[in-house]
Design a protein around this ligand. Structure first.
Ligand SMILES: NC(=O)c1ccc[n+]([C@@H]2O[C@H](COP(=O)([O-])OP(=O)(O)OC[C@H]3O[C@@H](n4cnc5c(N)ncnc54)[C@H](OP(=O)(O)O)[C@@H]3O)[C@@H](O)[C@H]2O)c1
Length: 251
């Protein structure tokens, strides 16, 4: 009976994650944390039409807005008193239109804020509620683009915006450091398990629907992690589900 919050659960991979968890782990309570609450409610209506029995809830959360983050933590505390799983999925990118240096600086700063800093703040804000869970977990929606190993081995096709890879590599570094902190955590409350996931190239608005996978299929690695028994999968690891295999991604 886990309470699972998915940022940006209203569409794209976030919606696919909600849908897959609702189908495969129906005992879950899934909170769609959306910057526009109405889109979260619409997403829930869509899932209800698919005969899903999980408890579905929506809260307002703009990951770039501190007041909204604080309000979201308060709402989860009031309704559930704890959080078992935080899935940091929400992200967007600002593409520079020119090579003007001032514009490049602005875009890079905006992208780092959207894809990294916002996840730092959301995670920090939810830690007190996560500590109340018997097995708190945080999953970062990363990307193979954030893998230094895959990048160094030249196995990835050219990328539209290098900022994106830099942000996802930073998110992976964050996952590792958060895990190292947890390994040394000695205060009250449970230790948090941190994982990163590469969902794979997915048909969403993010890439103008040029991806190969449907969002619900891109949720597979998330679901495998959530279906695992406590202790079965090492904390501080990076996962994907590709070509029928659930496997580790090199950092
Ligand atoms: N698509 C791929 O091939 C692919 C591959 C690897 C990793 N990913 C990762 O998957 C995640 C989701 O991407 P996607 O492809 O599903 O993109 P998407 O379809 O564009 O969905 C993005 C989601 O993030 C939400 N969001 C953006 N900024 C937000 C904010 N400030 N506060 C709250 N929610 C916000 C959006 O909400 P609104 O509806 O309000 O805009 C939307 O729900 C991202 O982290 C992305 O890097 C995607």
């Amino acid at each position: 009976m886990s309470t699972i919050l998915v940022t940006g659960g209203n569409r794209g991979i976030g919606f696919g994650i909600v849908q897959a968890i609702a189908q495969r782990i129906p005992s879950s309570t899934i909170i769609l944390a959306c910057r526009n609450l109405a889109t979260g409610r619409e997403a829930i209506d869509q899932l209800r039409g698919q005969d899903i029995s999980s408890n579905l809830d929506a809260i307002q959360l703009d990951i770039e807005d501190i007041q909204s983050i604080t309000n979201a933590v308060e709402a989860v505390n009031d309704r559930y008193g704890k959080l078992d799983v935080l899935i940091n999925n929400a992200a967007s990118l600002q593409m520079p239109k020119t090579q003007d240096l001032a514009e490049l600086r602005d875009c890079s700063n905006i992208n780092f804020n959207r894809c990294v800093t916002s996840n730092i703040l959301v995670t920090k804000a939810f830690v007190p509620l996560l500590r109340k869970s018997s097995w708190p977990r945080v999953i970062m929606n990363s990307s193979a683009r954030g893998s230094l190993g895959r990048t160094a081995s030249r196995e990835l096709p050219p990328v539209a915006l290098i900022d994106y890879c830099v942000c996802k590599a930073a998110l992976n570094m964050l996952t590792l450091h958060y895990q190292i902190n947890e390994d040394n955590y000695k205060d009250s409350g449970e230790k948090i398990t941190f994982w990163s996931v590469s969902p794979g190239h997915t048909k969403t608005a993010f890439n103008n629907y040029q991806g190969k996978k449907d969002p619900v299929d891109s949720a597979e690695a998330f679901v495998r992690l959530l279906e695992s028994e406590k202790g079965a999968i090492d904390p501080g690891t990076f996962w994907e589900y590709e070509a029928g295999k659930f496997q580790v991604v090199p950092w």
